[in-house]
Design a binder for this molecule. Structure first.
Ligand code: ADP
Length: 211
């Protein structure tokens, strides 16, 4: 039996009216590696990731996770964790409460919330309201949310946006440890120089196509 690639883009096209945001994008991602999806702003990175996560419908082609569209995955939160744009946390709720809501929606036990907060080193801020978080803390809270289901695949859209050098170094080390434990990570960024120290493989796109 042939095993499907962990993530595969197969001739993915996404058009918004006259604009082709993603144009016949095809590539495969290796298991247990950190792959950077790099390209300038507007290149189509977010759109490609949204198609992969079932948040946008491809015009044609496919984006698959282990051979299956995200929407058809069994127990998706335990398979794929994602940090895309604003995670939608309630500003007036604590970090713990926000994560408990996500956990409850996915049938994940409350005890996991403290575990993921400790993983991203936010245990000291567990009771703090998320509106009181710095940008870096918000990024880590989103990451904690993505880790709730202990997923084998992690998809991050511009996770280092707004992070200071210490935050970026922290994220790099954190992602490397996850990958060393077998997690497959796909991470988008427009900052090529910064990403070269973080990723094992790169896919560079411009105007929706691989270059
Ligand atoms: P990147 O993530 O690489 O910055 P995006 O995928 O966000 O690029 O955007 C690719 C192109 O698609 C841009 O020209 C953007 O303006 C356009 N676009 C993205 N989302 C939408 C949308 N919902 N409706 C119309 N155009 C969009």
């Amino acid at each position: 039996m042939s095993q499907s690639p962990v993530i595969e883009f197969k001739g993915l096209v996404k058009k918004y009216r006259d604009l082709t945001a993603v144009d016949h994008l095809s590539f495969v991602i290796e298991r247990g590696k950190i792959t950077g999806l790099l390209g300038p702003n507007g290149a189509g990175k977010s759109t490609a990731l949204k198609c992969l996560l079932g948040l946008a419908t491809p015009t044609s082609g496919e984006a698959l996770i282990e051979g299956t569209p995200y929407a058809k995955l069994h127990n998706p939160l335990a398979r794929v964790g994602a940090v895309i744009e604003d995670a939608g946390f309630s500003p007036s709720l604590s970090a713990t409460k926000n994560l408990r809501i996500v956990a409850a929606s996915a049938g994940i036990p409350d005890s996991r919330v403290a575990e993921v907060l400790a993983m991203v080193e936010l245990d000291h801020a567990a009771k703090k309201k998320s509106k009181e978080f710095s940008l870096g803390m918000k990024q880590r809270l989103s990451l904690a949310g993505a880790l709730l289901g202990n997923p084998e695949i992690l998809i991050l859209d511009e996770p280092s946006n707004g992070l200071d050098p210490i935050g970026i170094a922290w994220l790099r080390k954190f992602l490397r440890e996850l990958a060393d434990q077998g997690c497959t990570i796909l991470i988008s960024s427009h900052q090529l120089a910064e990403m070269q120290h973080t990723v094992d493989d790169v896919v560079i796109i411009n105007r929706g196509s691989m270059v």
